[in-house]
Design a protein. Structure first.
Length: 101
C-alpha cells in the first residue's frame, strides 16, 4: 500500500448486497461485529463487521445511498466484507475495531 494514500475500505449496505462503495478507513466509526440485521432484512449467515459512516464520505458507489442533499449528510450503517478487501485492509479494520472497544 502507498503510505501517502489513505486506506480505502469496500463496504456494502448488507452482507449480500450486490452494490458496494469505498470509504476512507478513517471514516469508519462505531465498529461492531453482529449477526442480527434488525428490521426487515433476512438473517445473516455469520457475524460481519458493521460501521457507521456519513454518506458524504463515500469515495465511489454513491448509488448505494439515495441522498437528499437538503438533509445531508446521512448516517449509514455499512457492512465490511472480508472478501471485498485485501489482507492489509482487513487487518487495519480489525485493529480499528479493537480500538473502539
Amino acid at each position: 500500500m502507498d503510505a501517502a494514500a489513505p486506506i480505502a475500505v469496500v463496504v456494502r449496505r448488507r452482507w449480500n448486497d450486490p452494490r458496494s462503495a469505498r470509504v476512507p478507513l478513517a471514516a469508519l466509526r462505531e465498529l461492531v461485529s453482529k449477526n442480527d440485521p434488525r428490521g426487515v432484512c433476512g438473517p445473516i449467515p455469520r457475524p460481519f463487521i458493521f460501521a457507521r459512516v456519513w454518506c458524504d464520505q463515500l469515495i465511489e458507489g454513491q448509488s448505494l445511498h439515495a441522498c437528499d442533499a437538503s438533509t445531508a449528510p446521512h448516517e449509514l450503517e455499512l457492512c465490511v466484507i472480508e472478501r471485498d478487501n485485501g489482507a492489509a485492509v482487513n487487518t487495519e479494520v480489525r485493529a480499528l475495531m479493537r480500538k473502539a472497544r
